[in-house]
Design a protein around this ligand. Structure first.
Ligand code: G6P
Ligand code: MN
Length: 447
């Protein structure tokens, strides 16, 4: 079985390869093709994978290419994990929004819209090439902003594209842990859009354990989301929000903390990762230790400004092991390839799951997965406050999709202006000015 990884020079690829190395069952991945625009990054990551695979007799064979079509031919699965514009692009997305006093973040608010506008034309092209060259392949999309990217690709690939994110799993795992349940045996009632969802229940053997969490202040305040949002706010919501909702519920504090920070997350990672790739350019440097060290630093500083704004300390020890999105990806791939039934929280088309959205809207929801793909499970409706956010943000995503398709500047302005975290149409216009002046990849927004 051949797996193609788009963005194969990316820093998280060794996590995926590490997970593949642990799979010895029949039907496992035997060939991995790494595709990236940057040959230097490709060879750096290929070196890390080679060290990982040392001494593993059935290690998947790795090849690397900078040609998209070559990478796609013969693929059974395609992992799409690209970062259009690189970390420099992300840093600019964040900086330009913050300069206007609104949230500049990788996937949320103005920063996320800018990233979407830059990314959608590229992923649309990729989806067309997949449809042409590997029409039976399954595309597992990690590329952010994952919700709108998956929706854009689904317009071409239908249900053959499935979006994934590690944040709902991480949340489920933390809540299960404090409740003394084994994450694997718990049914997680979670729904929303990517980076905009709520955990409303955690059932083990038919019993919802979540009420126990809300009854116990010590438990409720003992894990990441409890600290970030505060127990009182979690009680008011009666649900545990995805950590990314901190940018909504504590927007002023988050924007202030981000503006006061010496540099944005993207700028920090740009420095940090360039260090790693430079080091890998020196052939005598051992690849794996350098990669582990860089990953550990990255995980330890994840959402540090939000934790600072909320007055909470370091991340919990258990959360420092990296997210686990590679585990979701692998579980998903196995369930499809071997028809092993699994339940996973995924980004798929809504069908009739949330009645406030149309059937084609990509949502994040628990799904049954088998050889026929991912099937969203029916869930309770969202309360109105959540419906408000979900529909407002979906409306924005649709404007981003429309702008990417038409090249209309007015539509791009509309996308920014309608976002709940952008508070003025004037600001939206200035954002479009600022972003198009910065990013060559937005030159298509002419009219
Ligand atoms: C989580 C999210 C990803 C996001 C990442 C950012 O894993 O689910 O969608 O890209 O955090 O982490 P970073 O270290 O790049 O800030
Ligand atoms: Mn994510």
């Amino acid at each position: 079985m051949k797996l193609t990884i788009l963005g194969g020079g990316g820093f998280r690829v060794p996590l995926v390869y590490g997970a593949l190395l642990g799979d010895h069952a029949e039907g496992r991945v035997t060939h991995v093709t790494l595709y990236d625009l940057d040959a230097g990054r490709l060879s750096a990551i290929a070196r890390v994978l080679a060290e990982q695979g040392e001494g593993v007799p059935d290690a998947p064979v790795v090849t690397a290419t900078t040609e998209l079509d070559e990478a796609l031919r013969g693929a059974d699965f395609v992992f799409s994990a690209i970062r259009v514009g690189g970390l420099a692009g992300r840093a600019a997305d964040e900086r330009i929004a913050l300069a206007e006093g609104v949230l500049g973040q990788e996937t949320v608010g103005a920063g996320g819209i800018a990233y979407g506008l830059r990314t959608l034309p590229v992923v649309t092209h990729i989806a067309r090439r997949v449809a042409e060259l590997a029409p039976d392949a399954w595309v597992i999309n990690f590329t952010n902003p994952a919700g709108m990217v998956t929706e854009a690709m689904s317009r071409i690939l239908g249900d053959r594209v499935i979006g994934i994110c590690d944040s709902p799993v991480g949340l489920g795992r933390r809540v299960a842990r404090v409740l003394g349940a084994r994450p694997g045996e718990a049914w997680i009632d979670y729904v929303g859009l990517n980076h905009l969802g709520w955990l409303r229940g955690l059932r083990v053997g038919g019993e919802d354990l979540l009420p126990r969490l809300f009854e116990d202040d010590r438990l409720l305040g003992s894990f990441e989301e409890g600290k970030l949002f505060g127990t009182e706010w979690l009680r008011s919501l009666g649900a545990v929000p995805n950590e990314y909702l901190h940018y909504y519920y504590f927007n002023r504090e988050a924007v202030r903390a981000y503006r006061e920070a010496e540099r944005t997350r993207g700028a920090y990672l740009l420095d940090q990762q360039s260090g790693f790739y430079d080091e890998m350019g020196r052939p005598e440097a051992p690849a794996l230790p350098a990669w582990h060290r860089t990953l550990a630093e990255r995980e330890a500083t994840y959402m540090a400004h939000n934790r600072e704004a909320a007055g909470v300390g370091d991340r919990d020890e258990e959360d420092l092991e990296s997210g686990g999105y590679e585990k979701v990806a692998l579980a998903l791939m196995r369930a499809i390839a071997r028809n092993e039934r699994a339940t996973l929280i995924l980004n798929v088309r809504n069908r009739h799951t949330l009645s406030v959205l149309d059937a084609d809207a990509v949502i994040e929801v628990p799904c049954f997965v088998d050889a026929a793909g991912a099937h969203p499970v029916s869930v309770d409706p969202l309360p109105y406050h959540a419906v408000g956010l979900v529909t407002a943000v979906k409306a924005v995503e649709r404007e981003v999709l429309a702008a990417a398709e038409s090249g209309s500047r007015a539509t791009a302005v509309k996308a920014f202006a309608l976002h709940p975290l952008v508070d003025s149409v004037t600001v939206a216009r200035r954002l479009v000015e600022g972003y198009t002046a910065e990013h060559a990849g937005l030159a298509y927004l002419r009219r």
